[in-house]
Design a protein around this ligand. Structure first.
Ligand code: LLP
Length: 416
């Protein structure tokens, strides 16, 4: 894989201007590496395509919530989409402006809502009447008005992996399209809510622009109906979901094309457009670097055993996801068809199966590509494995922005 930010110079794989092997040798493996420039370029692509249109990019924190990444996003002037009190805490720690935060999620607790109200975040994407009632009561207790958008379920098939498809009627997300107007009307009558708009998010890793645009059409029609009923509506939040190219031949609309298509639909409606991209900002900006421990051959298969595991990157086993795997140093040894597996005691512990990968030897390094989104954030300590460090590359400089966990970290808070 080569992108604008991960490239071979000669036979050596670089992140921006830094050879990844230098990071691997000094920070150890496994290790996540992110390109700051790549993240900023993606944010710029959204912003440039929407220039002149009243809009706000709220980066979906769940995709990669490292403080250094959040600080970059904040400095670039974007807002944040959060789904928990913990994510709010992170954004504030990273210097993010509370006024640029929207709070999504189907199960916000009272404590989380109170925290968000106290921090004066921009607003809440609400998913049920019970949540609206709770938010109204908690806002009343503080004598404030909470800004609200109703998360709508537009009943659009995102045609992505079933675990990350969210916009069908049978999913737990959002308020059914048929019920939205009634809910909006009733919620508008609650004294401590300020109903401002509608939001949706039909799924993630969506490669089909038509599905996304179908949702846009349904949401605009809804906005029109709400207005016709005399209900105030100022913004339209279309969520995230734009897919990225996990394979070299994948055809993906880039953020610029995606944003331009939305712009063409939304322009002229007098609505503030909000987007909540996560993956399309950070996925291609990150790799997981791992070292080959052993080569092993069974009568049926060839295995490359590496020091990264499903605990570091769960996507292959959880979503049957494909991540390209490339050597940090190209050699003349060619390729081999193999499973790339980790040390965890589970058959599901693989990074690739039956894949033609570089014919690497123990001690060699590999990069698992397109791992900047939903990688580290979903890492676990299963098998009592300390979670890996995270490194941020800024041009020719790099620094560890999260230290590798220690054995002491593993038992923090436990009592024998
Ligand atoms: N907004 C809401 C309300 C969401 O639920 C999500 C993602 C996003 C925005 C950002 O979506 P994105 O632009 O990243 O597609 N762990 C899975 C992905 C789960 C996505 C959940 N929601 C994976 O590794 O593929």
């Amino acid at each position: 894989m080569t992108t604008d930010f991960f490239n071979y110079q000669g036979d050596t794989l670089y992140c921006d201007q830094v050879p990844l092997a230098e990071i691997a040798a000094r920070a150890g493996t496994p290790c996540y590496v992110y390109s700051a420039e790549a993240i900023l370029a993606r944010l710029r692509a959204y912003d440039e395509a929407l220039a002149g249109l009243d809009h706000r990019i709220c980066y979906a924190v769940k995709a990669n919530s490292n403080l250094a990444v959040l600080a970059l996003v904040a400095r670039a002037g974007a807002g944040f989409d959060i789904v928990s009190g913990g994510e709010l805490f992170r954004v504030l720690k990273a210097g993010g402006d509370p006024a640029g935060i929207v709070f999504s999620g189907v199960g916000k607790t009272a404590a989380e809502i109170e925290y968000a109200l106290d921090q004066r975040i921009h607003g809440f994407n609400c998913e049920s009447e019970a949540e609206l009632a709770l938010l109204d009561a908690l806002a009343a207790r503080r004598g404030v008005k909470a800004r609200v958008a109703l998360r709508v379920n537009p009943d659009v098939d995102a045609a992505t992996h079933p675990h990350i498809s969210t916009g069908l009627r049978e999913h737990k997300f959002g308020i059914d399209m048929a019920e939205v107007e009634g809910v909006y009307q009733r919620a508008s009558a609650l004294g401590n809510l300020k109903l401002e708009g509608v939001s949706c998010h039909i799924g993630s890793q969506i490669l089909d622009l038509d599905a996304l645009m179908e949702a846009v059409g349904k949401m605009l029609a809804l906005a029109g109906r709400l207005r016709a009923a005399g209900l105030p509506i100022r913004h339209l939040d279309l969520g995230g979901g734009l897919g990225v190219a996990y394979t070299p031949d994948a055809r993906t609309p880039d953020p610029r094309a995606f944003a331009a298509a939305i712009r063409a639909q939304v322009e002229g409606h007098g609505l503030t457009l909000m987007l909540e991209p996560g993956r399309s900002i950070v996925a291609e900006a990150g790799v997981l670097v791992t070292r080959v421990l052993y080569r092993k051959r069974s009568p049926r298969k060839e295995f490359i055993v590496v020091d990264a595991a499903m605990t570091d990157l769960i996507r292959p086993v959880l979503y049957n996801a494909h991540h390209e795997i490339v050597p940090l140093r190209r050699t003349a040894l060619g390729t081999v068809r193999a499973d790339v597996v980790g040390p965890v005691c589970e058959t599901g512990d693989f990074l690739a199966r039956d894949r033609d990968v570089a014919n690497v030897l123990p001690g060699d390094y590999l990069a698992v590509c397109t791992a900047g989104a939903y990688g580290f954030v979903a890492a676990s300590n299963y098998n009592s494995r300390p979670r890996p460090p995270e490194v941020l590359v800024e041009g020719a400089a790099w620094r560890v922005v999260r230290a590798r966990e220690t054995f002491d970290d593993l038992v923090r808070g436990e009592t024998p």
